[in-house]
Ligand binder design. Sequence first.
Ligand code: 2P0
Length: 333
Amino acid sequence: MKATAIANANIALIKYWGKRDENLFLPQNSSISLTTDCLSVKTTVEFSSRNKKDILILNNRNYPLNSKEYKKYLKPFLNKIRKLAGTKRKIKIVSQSNLPKGAGLASSAAGFAALTAAVNEALGLGLNKREMSILARQGSGSACRSIYGGFVEWQRGKKDDGSDSFALQIAPADYWPDIRMVICLTSIKEKKVSSREGMAQTVKTSPFYPCWLKTIDKDIKSAKRAIKNRDISLLGKVSEENCLKMHALMITTKPGIIYWNEKTIALIHKTRELRERGLKCYFTIDAGPQVKILCEKKDLKELIKGIKKVSGIKNVIIARPGPGVKISKNHLF
Ligand code: 2P0
């Protein structure tokens, strides 16, 4: 009843922003992401009758059962799992990650993907990848994409029960080995508006939301074609456009949500300036101030040189396409 799994964060190229069902985490639109090789979460779980209560330890910090993390995010998910497995046993979860939490770096995606795979193993649920993707989705929507490595599509699905809303791999991590995602950390402060609250508010109040939905099919098709042809210009262009459209939704939510800081904007301009000088680099930004820049290996050196000219960048992480969720024999406790 004890197992460990490792999952990596994924960065969306075509974004998920809005649910059509809050309880089942069903998205309004399909999305596409790249699973990274370096932003990982390792999680060990144990279900035991010795545990009187659930225990949650994230990065060596004990989260009490009245914490927001447990009550709002984890408890409903764990109760779903206990129901599925027909057990009342409490769980101990110990998790270690190398990415800053709540800063728009998909910590919940890697976290819930690792938790899902660990629980599947520990309870012997026997879920295949598709079923794990469906379960992980109900912990955090974007987690369904981190089950797979490489380029991944989360298909919106049409059914009310969510059985056709899961992720599928478009291309494995080694399909495009030269692609890079340069992740520029502009701030490690926790964001004020969570993605969950933000997107719900956007669906309700942004006058642009219906227009966003009308453009998604085209963006998904272009991104898939670009991945198939390993076409960095097309993938970069459609990703950057899609990112700006999503931020237009955020900004026009009532009250407006602005995740950017001054360094985010400086990096947007820097990326475009470098592109005008012939470098194939394209930005994307999620629900936070970090800027992720898509490029190919041959342009990496010049790109980093340019980024270093923007003052105040806290850290730069160079990500490659990475693997999907994996079981590990090395437990954390
Ligand atoms: C994405 N984001 O596609 C988009 C782009 C943020 C901006 O998925 O409520 O943490 O747990 O389903 O998955 C962040 O939202 O939200 C996210 P929930 P989630 O990556």
